[in-house]
Design a protein around this ligand. Sequence first.
Ligand SMILES: Nc1ncnc2c1ncn2[C@@H]1O[C@H](COP(=O)(O)OP(=O)(O)OP(=O)(O)O)[C@@H](O)[C@H]1O
Length: 284
Amino acid sequence: MTIDSRVDGESTRLLSVRDLRKVFPAPRGTKGAEVLAVDGVSFDLEADECLAIVGESGSGKTTVARMIVGLETVTSGTVEVLGQDRTAAPKHLRERRARAREVQYVFQDPYSSLNGRQRIGEVVLNNVRLHADRAISRKELENRGKEILDSVGLPWSFADRFPRELSGGQRQRVAIARALAAEPKVIVLDEAVAALDVSIQAQILNLLADIKAERKVSYLFISHDLAVVHQISDRMIVMENGVVVDAGDTSALLAHPTHPYTRTLRAAVPGPGWRPSRRATLEA
Ligand SMILES: Nc1ncnc2c1ncn2[C@@H]1O[C@H](COP(=O)(O)OP(=O)(O)OP(=O)(O)O)[C@@H](O)[C@H]1O
């Protein structure tokens, strides 16, 4: 299924994925077959938009995201970011950094994605320094760090702490702050709230909504959780076995799922407060 959303040549398109395919070799030492993880996936991400990629475990969501940011090679198909071909993995450090300024990645587990020996201030300031287009003074750097931590709801006093001293939700705020420090156009959030308690999830979703409104950043939001996707995304695509089987406006698709797989996913969403016909409140 090809999803050509708003294909009208407008310059608001940040990300464009066409016919993306990924074949992994058979696991080493086995006589097993190659794994076709992603098969002909196409979609666009527009400015100011949150597009969700939904699907059960193993449907290929993460592999799509990893190909977009160059963490995984592309078997065939194309990836364009801001009109530039980004299909090939970055070859040099400079290219890797340039691409990181376009798209940042926030992982599910901030504990393993944060360096345990690095204080929170360093985590954020290193990324500011790395992606700054000019030399910046210590004072300016610190002001920027304060502003970024503040934007994720953390006081500057957290700068001296280590990740192990933070709660799961606070660590995820730091991971988001680190992404923001690069001033990216797009943030890929890969199951970014999956490891958090429901009340903390709601706070982080709130925060993401605020950041999106204030900074005009777009999200590619990967999740298996339709309740979460309903809260945060404008549009969604549904993946099954590496293929996009359904796509559309999130509220409309969840209110009236037409594809059998989307209906199955929808039916698995648990109980109280789940109202597909109404935009869920973001209040924690
Ligand atoms: N490095 C790899 N080598 C071989 N197969 C892989 C590799 N990475 C992923 N796969 C396989 O590709 C398929 C898609 O995996 P992927 O992680 O993209 O799915 P997912 O929808 O993100 O699921 P999850 O949420 O569980 O990560 C799965 O069958 C997975 O086992």
